[in-house]
Design a protein around this ligand. Structure first.
Ligand code: SF4
Ligand code: SF4
Length: 203
């Protein structure tokens, strides 16, 4: 039998009375360093539902589903798949729609459904072909960002018109029902239909 050396016994006695090197997490909360990349947190006021973050997310965390009948875009974020890369924050068009938290990082759970969060945004639908143009909040954001330049696009002008009710008349059929005509350029239509109207006019 080999006996421990005096030095090893000394080290054992010192470590017995020294504070622990490891933290007491999860009993005692851990304090992450500044700019730690924890759970992405959405600010619904500043998220316009534009779909940019879903295009840059490498893990397929963010899914968009459009319901044209109800004019609703559902955004589903499954943080169980998140790798905290920060791409969604980096590329968010408003710069404030999503931010990685440096205090929420412990996502361990027995129920993975708890890690799924959803949002809903109102959609802007083409009144001619029924295609999804974008969300209303996205369009409003673009208007604010571009200022008066936004109204060089007739679609934007029509949206403003609809908002302010400048050309509101009673008994006017707004929906395009009998094919695209010149007058339809003053309805809310998608860029494809608008192009068809303009080509028709100038043909
Ligand atoms: S941090 Fe990365 S993986 Fe997580 S939601 Fe954002 S882009 Fe996707
Ligand atoms: S990029 Fe930003 S504004 Fe667009 S959907 Fe994602 S979080 Fe919202």
């Amino acid at each position: 039998m080999r006996y421990p050396k005096i030095r090893e016994v000394g080290e054992a006695v010192v470590s017995l009375f020294s504070p622990a090197y490891t933290t007491k997490f999860p009993k005692k909360p851990h304090t992450p360093s500044e700019n730690y990349r924890g759970k992405p947190v959405v600010d619904n006021e500043h998220c316009v539902g534009c779909e940019t973050c879903t295009n840059v997310c490498p893990s397929g965390v963010i899914k968009f589903t459009d319901n044209k009948e109800k004019k609703i875009r559902k955004i589903e974020r499954n943080y169980g798949l998140c790798i905290f890369c920060g791409q969604c924050q980096e590329h968010c068009i408003t710069g404030k729609g999503i931010k990685l938290s440096d205090t929420i990082y412990d996502l361990a759970t027995f129920n993975r459904k708890e890690l799924i969060e959803t949002q809903e945004k109102e959609l802007l639908i083409c009144q001619s072909c029924g295609a999804v143009i974008t969300t209303k909040e996205h369009m409003v954001y673009l208007h604010k960002k571009l200022g008066s330049i936004a109204y060089s696009s007739i679609l934007n002008l029509n949206i403003l018109n609809e908002k302010l009710k400048l050309a509101q008349q009673k008994d006017v059929q707004v929906e395009v029902v009998d094919g695209l005509k010149r007058k339809d350029m003053f309805n809310i239509i998608c860029p494809n239909c608008l192009r068809k109207v303009l080509v028709k006019i100038f043909d």
